[in-house]
Design a protein around this ligand. Structure first.
Ligand SMILES: O=C(O)CCC(=O)C(=O)O
Length: 178
């Protein structure tokens, strides 16, 4: 099982971003809310990073009890601005690794509902993933079964920076990270 994902601002697909391609319904990607962009900037700044560009991507990941996300790097952005990650709902085991390999050394930490994680600087391209969700650990007042993660990034792309939409044929759904 993998996390289910949708995007705001730019649509992520392996290995790039687009405004209009690959959404399940073929519709252009929904706008990035300015308040979410501001939250990303404030979080990065609070963690000691000076970010001049606007946070223009949100990846929203939903994890049910069996979902996971394989070790990967967020390396499709042209900006080196830190990644800001928010967790809501069930606690997960978040695996934070190194920049060279998907394997050890890595550190497992629990991310709980309300946690915000910033990784930038020398850790910006570290491999990371979610090997496990701890079902039933969400705060009951949220009314959420599962885990939601919102990952904020700066694309560093211009309007023209995304890849071209396919000339014809139905939009394809991007495979998710394993
Ligand atoms: O769910 C998480 O905490 C990690 C999400 C993530 O790594 C990603 O969207 O690239």
């Amino acid at each position: 099982m993998t996390a289910r994902q949708f995007c705001l601002g730019w649509h992520w697909y392996p290995y790039g971003y687009a405004r209009t391609v690959v959404d399940g319904d073929g519709a252009p990607v929904k706008a990035m809310p300015p308040w979410l962009a501001a939250l990303g900037a404030a979080a990065a700044e609070a963690a000691g990073h000076a970010v001049e560009d606007t946070y223009d991507i949100a990846l929203v990941n939903f994890y049910d009890a069996d979902a996971r996300m394989g070790m990967h790097r967020d390396s499709d952005e042209k900006s080196s601005a830190p990644v800001v990650s928010l967790s809501l709902g069930d606690t997960c085991v978040f695996r934070f690794g190194n920049t060279r390999t998907r394997t050890k050394p890595y550190t497992d930490v629990e991310l709980r509902s309300g946690d915000l994680l910033v990784f930038g600087g020398p850790s910006r391209l570290a491999y990371h993933g979610v090997p496990r969700v701890l079902p039933g650990t969400a705060p009951p007042e949220l009314g959420l079964t599962g885990r939601l993660n919102v990952t904020l990034r700066v694309s560093g792309l211009t309007e023209e920076g995304g890849p071209p939409a396919p000339a014809d044929g139905p939009p394809s759904r991007a495979p998710l990270k394993p």
